[in-house]
Write a protein that binds this ligand. Structure first.
Ligand SMILES: N[C@@H](CCC(=O)N[C@@H](CS)C(=O)NCC(=O)O)C(=O)O
Length: 232
């Protein structure tokens, strides 16, 4: 049986089966990237609920795995160098799991480069911008008198949706084959519902995105990953 005692997080969230991959997450757009990928690959795993409250993400136990206090994070007891490995940052987790499984990262070198390109587009652009849009459109920032920050993120979100909509013309998936780039991008498009921002962004006019998101959520692994770990 794997010994995970070197990872202090396992004292607060004990592993039932330390031989399988341990996921520390919550079903948010960043969190579900990891659970969807685990469901898609069939890698055995155990999911621990780490809420966004300071008592969880800012606990010393969680910070010992991710000093950046954000979900998701994983421990793979069967790491690449015959030693357990801990990883945070959803994009890094997706690449790690893709390399481990040999799946969803393109079937040749060119495909792989394109998958990583669109994954980085999500990590560096779509995710952070839509996250800020959420703050300024739905959460505390929506009450700010100065509407310029809100408008800035509306404009940038619209621009990014336009880029993706164009890219998806005649394609099912953003890098051609279904990949970790889709697992990163689509959950953020889905979050626009939760932000109540679809109308202000003219979502319905982005026909390729509407079809893309419908195609994504139809996948059984996605349906399972979206509710893992359960919120309550
Ligand atoms: N760049 C990080 C972002 C992760 C992130 O923002 N996670 C949010 C939930 S979606 C979180 O844990 N927030 C808690 C906090 O900031 O205190 C990644 O992609 O993993």
């Amino acid at each position: 049986m794997a010994d995970l005692s070197a990872f202090p997080i396992t004292a607060k969230w004990p592993a039932q089966n330390p031989d399988v991959l341990q996921l520390y997450s919550f079903p948010t757009p960043n969190g579900v990237k990891a659970s969807i990928m685990l469901e898609e690959t069939g890698i055995p795993y155990e999911a621990h609920k780490v809420t966004l409250s300071d008592a969880d993400v800012k606990s010393p136990a969680f910070l010992s795995l991710n000093p950046n206090n954000k979900i998701p994070a994983i421990i793979d007891p069967n790491g690449p160098d015959d030693t357990p490995v801990g990883i945070f940052e959803s994009g890094a987790i997706l690449i790690y799991l893709a390399d481990k499984s040999g799946k969803f990262i393109g079937s040749n070198g060119t495909q792989r480069a394109h998958v990583i390109q669109w994954l980085m587009f999500q990590m560096g652009g779509l995710g952070p911008m839509l996250g800020q849009l959420g703050f300024f459109y739905k959460f505390a920032g929506s009450e700010w008198e100065d509407k310029r920050p809100q408008q800035r993120y509306i404009d940038e979100a619209k621009r990014l949706l336009g880029v993706l909509n164009l890219e998806l013309a005649g394609k099912d998936w953003v890098a051609g084959e279904y990949s970790i780039a889709d697992m990163a991008i689509a959950p953020w498009l889905r979050a626009l519902d939760f932000y109540g921002a679809k109308e202000v962004l003219g979502w319905d006019a982005h026909k390729n995105l509407v079809d893309y998101l419908a195609r994504f959520v139809e996948r059984p692994a996605v349906a399972k990953g979206l509710v893992t770990p359960p919120r309550d």
